[in-house]
Design a protein around this ligand. Structure first.
Ligand code: TYD
Length: 211
């Protein structure tokens, strides 16, 4: 099986940039890397993404959100992630099941047991080898999102909501230090990338070698 990495973090953490930088770095080291994102990554997933993030779309309960996101995830796992891992390729996903725990669970208050059940069903147990948390204070993240100007339904500057999301990430990272690697996302992107590569070095030696 190939190596499975996911990137997580609050809005505006810069994790997508870090996911791309890591993918490039691993390619230069001989990995065949499949990069994808959530919600999205498949035709079904992109349709869910549109429905989920559309500012003008109908209101969704936290459970409805989690079900939609889980449908996108189930399709991504069976169509892209699992086949690539079975080919021995390296898979990097920008957000995965931990986002549902952080946002719908901690952020919107959906029962964490429900989120766990949905995750088990949608992922069929396909769990990342390494999850990178790109951590930034909520104000820093939201300020970046505002500057970028690309708004979605969850970008509203509800500080308390985003604080709960970040707290959820911290709890998950503390509970599973064997999987989570946390980097400070407040530096410039090259600085964050270097810090991340330093932290990943021992882990990349331990886990699957490139094909
Ligand atoms: P996106 O524009 O991709 O932002 P980001 O660069 O921060 O990933 O929007 C994704 C949004 O969807 C983001 O606000 C987090 C949210 N989200 C959830 O609430 N739950 C989930 O399970 C996932 C995957 C994303």
């Amino acid at each position: 099986m190939g190596l499975f990495l996911t990137f997580e973090g609050p809005d505006g953490s810069g994790k997508s940039t870090q996911a791309h930088l890591l993918a490039s770095e691993l390619r230069t080291r001989g990995h065949v890397v499949v990069e994808t994102r959530e919600p999205g990554g498949t035709p079904v997933g992109e349709a869910v993404r549109h429905m989920f993030l559309d500012l003008d779309g109908p209101a969704q309960s936290p459970l409805t959100m989690a079900l939609l996101l889980s449908a996108s995830r189930a399709q991504l796992v069976s169509e892209a992630i699992l086949p690539a891992l079975e080919r021995g390729q390296t898979v990097i996903v920008d957000r995965y099941a931990d986002s549902t725990v952080a946002y719908q669970g901690y952020g919107f208050g959906l029962d964490l047991e429900i989120v766990r059940d949905l995750t088990r069903i949608a992922t069929r147990g396909v769990t990342p080898d390494i999850t990178v948390l790109v951590d930034v204070p909520v104000e820093v993240g939201l300020e970046r999102v505002n500057r970028r100007g690309a708004h979605n339904r969850l970008d509203a500057p509800d500080i308390a909501f985003h604080e709960r999301v970040r707290e959820g990430y911290h709890r998950m990272a503390e509970a599973h230090p064997e999987r989570w690697v946390t980097v400070d996302g407040t530096q410039d992107s090259q600085g964050v990338h270097r810090a991340l590569m330093d932290k990943l070095a021992p882990l990349l030696q331990e886990v699957a070698q490139p094909t």
